[in-house]
Design a protein around this ligand. Structure first.
Ligand code: ABU
Length: 509
């Protein structure tokens, strides 16, 4: 392969001069691309998503280092060697498209989403100006408008952006809320504001605390509100803590509620929280990164009742709606806060004297400059399935989760963490025979705590499924299984339970 392996090797003029060389280059690259795409389709997309393949080919770092030459080298590899590299990278990567990868809040591979992702990469846009990304600029605005309408805000209201992940979207909520109440912070920084305090629940995603730290508000000023036994924010504790903050001389400005908490899948009481936000004049943000997809279902959208009262919302289509990573949105009911709060008006990029309507140069409302077009894969999926397809997908996920919950509720060896899950998270302990009937013994919890890591090790080494576990508060390690692949069915639910039994029944702790 030549040193210059750029795909488009020549324009028309050079083509005349170097016609034969250029055509040969093109045919070599075309051949490589076709072989690579075939490999991806056969071996990565379909080969790895069958139930009989492994979810993960576990290898210690030394094994991976010896299987794949990770060091960049001076001399180029041949196309055959590169194809082998592709196969090796795939082999040792976790097979997140596998039906039994239920470890995180994303999974599965959607064919339309995948093609949308590949089209994005083939076009390689950066969405900051209309002139560089005309279709994506319009597509983003249209998809975000439709999402705002699904949230329930009035037509024509609001704004929104695609973000690199839900954490950043939650950070935008902090930034917009602060700018809304204290626009001077844009130029004067944190010195222009009183000591600000924000509130979120103890079971909310850690990003709110992390981004409060990043933005100079300080992690101590991100106050954690207690949750009830189902994992929902305790509204009385929220009001108590707002008043404590005011009495201490601080200024509350934001509440981040959660619609679908990361571990429990709980939906905070949005209407009641909105009431307190109105009473104390606080920005009301809803982190619906996980649960937002339920808005697409007439059967399940009641879980988010009150979301239309929010000032802003985080909603990640790469989670419940199974768009490819990454696809995160920050939506808001206010029109100009994003731009007013973040614009920098760089003249080299956002020239005001362009020949077209520069209000379409939407990039300056982001904190990023260069930005992937994460909209395309989601838009393409939406075109392929319609809103009806998304609704069927969501309904199936909830049906599977309920089936799994009901199945393990009556099965020996499984103990549920919460009685009535709200989202598609099901939380449970697997209790091996050595611990059954010993619930009242003083060291029961300590011993139960050791089961999940042992069982997880077995499942990863066998590669038969991937389910995460964690402790939470005073709860010892428990499993969280999450469903967001509608390729799963009730038989798969029984498979998971059987697999826990098979892998765990002889664990001794
Ligand atoms: N955005 C965080 C999701 C992490 C998880 O999969 O649990």
């Amino acid at each position: 392969m030549p040193a210059d392996s750029t795909l488009i090797v020549a324009g028309e003029e050079r083509l005349e001069k170097n016609q034969f060389q250029s055509l040969a280059e093109r045919s070599k690259h075309e051949d490589f691309l076709r072989r690579a795409v075939d490999l991806l389709v056969e071996r990565v997309v379909f080969g790895r998503s069958s139930r009989t393949s492994k979810v993960v080919e576990w290898a210690v770092p030394e094994e991976i280092k010896s299987a794949i030459d990770l060091t960049p080298r001076d001399s180029p590899l041949s196309h055959d060697e590169l194809l082998k590299v592709i196969a090796d990278v795939a082999r040792y990567s976790v097979n997140t498209g596998h039906p039994y990868f239920v470890n995180q809040l994303f999974s599965s591979v959607d064919p339309y989403g995948l093609i949308g992702q590949w089209l994005t990469d083939a076009l390689n846009p950066s969405v900051y100006t209309y002139e560089v990304a005309p279709v994506f600029t319009l597509m983003e605005e249209e998809v975000l408008r439709e999402m705002r309408s699904i949230v329930g805000w009035p037509e024509g209201a609001g704004d929104g952006i695609f973000c690199p992940g839900g954490s950043i979207a939650n950070g935008y909520a902090i930034s917009c809320a602060r700018h809304y109440f204290y626009p001077d912070t844009k130029s004067k920084g944190v010195y222009a504001v009183p000591k600000l305090v924000l509130f979120t629940s103890e079971l909310a995603h850690y990003s709110t605390k992390k981004l409060a730290t990043f933005m100079g508000i300080g992690s101590d000023n991100c106050v954690m509100v207690n949750c009830d036994e189902r994992g929902k924010m305790d509204i009385e504790d929220l009001e108590l803590k707002i008043n404590e903050a005011i009495e201490s001389g601080a200024t509350p400005f934001l509440v981040t509620a959660t619609a679908g908490t990361t571990v429990f899948g709980a939906f905070d009481p949005l209407v009641a929280i909105s009431g307190l936000c109105k009473k104390y004049n606080l920005w009301f943000h809803v982190d619906a990164a996980w649960g937002g997809g339920a808005l697409m279902s007439r059967k399940h959208r009641h879980l988010l009742a009150g979301i239309e009262l929010a000032d802003s919302v985080t909603w990640n289509p790469h989670k419940l709606l199974a768009a490819p990573q990454q696809c995160s949105t920050f939506l808001m009911r206010h029109k100009n806060v994003l731009k007013d709060g973040h614009s920098c008006e760089a003249k080299y990029l956002f020239q005001k004297d362009k020949f077209y309507d520069t209000s379409y140069d939407t990039g300056d409302k982001h904190i990023q400059c260069g930005r992937r077009a994460d909209v395309l894969k989601f838009w393409f999926m939406w075109k392929a399935k319609g809103s009806e397809g998304f609704e069927m997908h969501i309904d199936k996920l909830f049906d599977n989760a309920k089936y799994f919950f009901d199945h393990i509720r009556q099965r020996e060896g499984f103990e549920l963490v919460i009685d009535k899950p709200e989202c598609t998270n099901v939380l449970f302990w697997y209790v091996p025979p050595c611990l059954r009937g010993r619930e009242n013994e003083p060291d029961y919890k300590e011993r139960l705590h050791k089961v999940a890591p042992k069982l997880k090790e077995r499942m990863i080494k066998e590669g038969s499924m991937m389910v995460t576990y964690q402790p939470q508060g005073n709860l010892v390690n428990f499993f969280r299984i999450v469903f967001q692949s509608s390729a799963l069915d009730h038989k798969d639910m029984v498979y998971f339970a059987n697999e826990f039994e098979r892998l765990g029944k002889d664990i001794v702790v």
